[in-house]
Ligand binder design. Structure first.
Ligand SMILES: [Mg+2]
Length: 386
């Protein structure tokens, strides 16, 4: 893969002599053998969720601090070491703990001073009966962008999805509307539903079908039929190489990016620059500590002509997910809870009482400490040995 083209922008961003990204390449990091020599305050928390999401009702996150502030390491528990080590790379960057790294310091560049103080986030409209559309969205206050989930039961949900979207458009004729199918359609069905959804003036349609190849085929068909639907790739992007592949195959016009899976803010910026597609920052179901890193990335994204044309002047991010948790690591007013469609660009310091009250039991703590060490060793070896 194109390591040199990816790592160069990261270096200039961080001012580091150690290549900052993307991790998962063979570049070992100059780290001591044990993470405890660097990370002195590892906390592992269990956050209860309001409803089941992504198959889970509780989210476990590890938090620690460094010279630049607090960081979150929260790869989903089923992820293996290779994948999870990218999330650790992101957390080390966030805490300012990468060897030779100065990127995490708040005023590392003059550009940081010009960054906006908030970034817009979308509201989410889940599968619900049409008469619930208004009350569900009323909870978000004033928002400029709504993402409607579709395809809960694939094609079987289509009539209900259409009914809900009709009601949405009746209520909000001018609000930007995105759809997200979470790869819920086959290629044939994806094409069929696009013909129906084309009436709703969509900003974009997120991952109607699984896989980069099928996304590319679908897009080709849409262009051939002159159907004005912009495709965005989400599930197709899990690591730094993926956006480049999406761009190379013409599989989408917009990419959804998440800080932790891509290995950090510098690595994400490098990959966005390299792939050249407008990007929308989204959450990996993080606590406010992790979401804040997403907001900082969003605030730094280039506003290109293409991005303005597709996403408008103030593109909404998918960073309003803290409302999925029953409890966050800080009080609601101090965290990343959206207010009128925006979240702050800031750093979050977890509440010490919550670090205690939400802590996992010692067995779970040990599991996370062991996992962190495995990822640490992998970053240290550059993936040559675990
Ligand atoms: Mg999505």
């Amino acid at each position: 893969m194109a390591d040199s083209s990816l790592s160069a922008p990261s270096q200039s961003l961080s001012g580091s002599h150690t290549p900052a990204g993307p991790p998962g390449t063979k570049e070992p990091l100059d780290l001591p053998e044990h993470f405890e020599d660097v990370i002195e305050d590892l906390h592992v928390l269990r956050l209860p969720m309001v409803t089941r999401f992504r198959g889970i009702t509780e989210r476990e996150v590890a938090l620690f601090s460094g010279p630049a502030g607090w960081a979150e390491f929260s790869p989903f528990t089923e992820y293996g070491t290779e994948e999870a080590s990218r999330w650790l790379h992101a957390a080390l960057e966030c805490a300012g703990l990468l060897p030779g790294d100065r990127a995490g310091q708040p005023s590392a560049s003059a550009a940081a001073d010009a960054e906006p103080r908030t970034v817009a986030v979308n509201a989410t409209l889940p599968a619900c009966p049409p008469d619930e559309v208004e009350p569900v969205l009323a909870r978000y206050g004033h928002v400029g962008t709504v993402k409607a989930k579709v395809a809960e039961h694939g094609l079987d949900s289509l009539d209900e999805d259409i009914e809900r979207l009709r009601e949405f458009r009746r209520l909000f004729p001018r609000t930007d509307l995105r759809l997200d199918a979470n790869a819920g359609y086959s290629l044939d069905d994806g094409l069929r539903v696009c013909e129906r959804f084309a009436d709703f003036d969509l900003q974009y349609f997120e991952q109607p079908v699984p896989g980069v190849e099928d996304m590319a085929r679908l897009r080709e068909e849409l262009v051939g039929r002159d159907l004005p639907i912009v495709l965005a790739a989400d599930e197709s992007i899990r690591k730094a190489e993926d956006p480049l592949r999406v761009a190379a195959l013409g599989a989408a016009e917009v990419i959804i990016v998440k800080v932790q899976p891509l290995g950090g803010i510098a690595a994400a910026r490098a990959v966005i620059d390299a792939c050249g597609l407008p990007a929308v920052v989204s959450s990996a179901l993080e606590s406010s500590v992790g979401l804040a890193a997403g907001a900082r990335l969003a605030a730094q994204l280039p506003r290109t002509v293409r991005s303005r044309a597709l996403l408008g002047e103030n593109p909404a991010c998918g960073l309003g997910t803290v409302r999925l948790f029953a409890t966050d690591v800080v009080a609601d007013t101090a965290g990343m809870r959206p207010v009128d469609g925006a979240v702050p660009v800031t750093r979050i310091v977890p509440d010490p009482d919550r670090l205690q009250s939400l802590a996992v039991d010692p067995g779970r703590y040990d599991w996370w400490a062991q996992r962190l060490q495995q990822c640490w060793s992998r970053l240290r070896s550059g993936g040559r040995a675990d």
